[in-house]
Design a protein around this ligand. Structure first.
Ligand code: ADP
Ligand code: MG
Ligand code: ZN
Length: 482
């Protein structure tokens, strides 16, 4: 058992889903050709002035409220000065001593126990561009499309104690931001970037150790790998009697190691000062209140309501509330077919499977709730058997046809008509005289065998409940007759 315990704090940059950049009208769309989404403001040409995007403020407030933060009334932007080729202005407009959101918390599930991770602050800032290095070519390019993109930097207190906890926090945060529609949560495209800070301390002691900041992590999986690696590395340094240097290290996902980038810079290195081109802003209480009232129900509240209101098992509730489109889909179906567990089974089983199979998002599902409702009703009314409905689901999903028409065209209707079923039963009874005799002599469990045979000759279309009753009657009658 290790004598040390990990201490982790996360800095997350979330790109806000505004249509234009933070201080100019340039588009924020991802994937455009390099250097096509720029203007004198985001290029930092002399003589131009930034103009603040109100939507970014609104999104930051909404995020702050959902993260239980206090919204700072007097807000001010600050210049963070540094030189780098992807930063044409030579400074980044950020916030320093007056971040828009402060002192919040989120609740996470870490190893089965709920606990709070405190949010120290969340501030608005503009993004820098991107340097692109040609592999082996000795040439680098700069793409400044990303300059001026709106970011919310969300910083926790050092409250996390494990790599799993860090991942749980990130998932929770991502869910919240996506539910609010303020960030698309796409880590691969860089809309959600995470920089963990990590140190080790002796178990049972309050004194924190020297921390290392990790950069260049672009998926949840790598967050865990990088932290686990770094915990091991720091521990072996300490066990050998060495000391940890405060530094920034880069995660190399291919090699699975962290490498030293630079020793840690301090705030004063950036010569922060109030941004003279932007007026300080006051956020009114009425604006904050309006936004507070408009917050959507978040995943956790929804999960609890799904259990309480619909009687769903926690597993179902958890999965169905994991994204807003999925939970909306579920509730739309329950409205048309008020049997929540049946709806949940269809969604968690066939629907999610079909979506995955066709690499399709819930919102783009060709099977809209009305068609799933229609299908569930047909099964409920015994027009089609559950088995057949399941079998044809993927075809129906893609067919964009109402289930009634689909089933009629393909002759998939369940056989519930007594005389049609009697004919099938005749066939089976005559084919299996030996089993009939055994049943008559008391081998009751052969009933299943007969039902199975009838289902087989009907190619799965016979109504199993009716077959069950009819066979039982038939074999009893024959028993009396013989
Ligand atoms: P810096 O000024 O170096 O950026 P901060 O105090 O602002 O450091 O903290 C940055 C992040 O590092 C925060 O998320 C914080 O929780 C975390 N952090 C601070 N001290 C430690 C520590 N000793 N070990 C792990 N994380 C830490
Ligand atoms: Mg920092
Ligand atoms: Zn611009």
């Amino acid at each position: 058992m290790s004598a040390y315990e990990a201490v982790i704090g996360l800095e997350v940059h979330a790109q806000l889903r505004t249509r234009s950049k933070l201080f100019c009208g340039c588009s924020t769309a991802f994937g455009a050709e390099s250097n096509t989404q720029t203007c004198p403001v985001c290029l930092g040409l002399p003589g131009v002035l930034p103009a603040l995007n109100t939507m970014a403020i609104e999104m930051a407030i909404r995020a702050g409220l959902a993260l239980n933060c206090t919204i700072t009334v007097p807000n001010q932007f600050a210049r963070k000065n540094y030189f780098y080729p992807d930063l044409p202005k030579g400074y980044q407009i950020s916030q320093f001593d007056l971040p828009i959101c402060q002192n919040g918390w989120v609740e996470i599930d870490e190893e089965g126990a709920m606990h709070r991770v405190r949010i120290r602050r969340a501030h608005l800032e503009e993004d820098a561009g991107k340097n692109i290095h040609q592999v082996g070519g000795g040439v680098s390019f700069v793409d400044v499309n990303r300059c001026g993109m709106p970011l919310l930097e969300i910083v926790t207190e050092p409250d996390l104690r494990s790599s799993d906890g860090a991942v749980a926090y990130l998932k929770t945060l991502k869910d919240i931001l996506m539910y609010l529609d303020v960030c698309d949560g796409n880590m691969e495209e860089g809309s959600l970037r995470c920089e963990p800070n990590i140190s080790l301390k002796l178990k049972g002691q309050d004194l924190l150790g020297t921390k290392v900041e990790l950069k260049n992590i672009n998926s949840f999986k790598f967050v865990k790998h990088a932290l686990d690696y770094e915990i091991q590395r720091q521990e072996s340094v300490l066990v050998d009697g060495g000391t940890i240097n405060q530094e920034t290290r880069s995660w190399d996902a291919e090699q699975g190691v962290s490498v030293m980038m630079r020793s840690k810079e301090e705030a004063h290195d950036y010569r922060y000062f109030p941004e003279p081109d932007l007026m300080p802003i006051e956020i009114s209480a009425s604006w904050v209140n309006t936004l507070r009232l408009s917050l959507p129900e978040l995943a956790k509240a929804k999960r609890e309501r799904f259990v309480a209101e619909y009687g769903l098992p926690p597993y179902d509730a958890d999965l169905l509330s994991s994204s807003r489109p999925l939970s909306d889909y579920f509730e739309a179906c329950v409205e048309g077919f008020p049997n929540p567990k049946t709806v949940s089974n269809w969604i968690m089983g066939e629907l999610l499977h079909a979506l995955k199979n066709d690499n399709c998002k819930v919102v783009d599902s060709p099977m809209k709730p009305d068609r799933l409702v229609a299908l569930m009703k047909l099964v409920d009314d015994q027009v089609i058997s559950l088995t057949t409905a399941r079998e044809v689901f993927l075809d129906l999903f893609r067919a964009q046809q109402m289930p009634e028409d689909f089933i009629r065209e393909r002759g998939l209707m369940q056989i519930s008509d007594d005389s049609a079923l009697d004919a099938l039963i005749d066939e089976v009874v005559h084919k299996h005289p030996k089993q009939c005799a055994e049943y008559r002599s008391g081998k009751d469990n052969l009933l299943g065998f007969f039902v199975g045979q009838v289902m087989k000759v009907s190619k799965g279309k016979a109504n199993p409940q009716k077959v069950n009753t009819l066979i039982r009657q038939r074999l009893m009658n024959e028993n009396v007759q013989s």
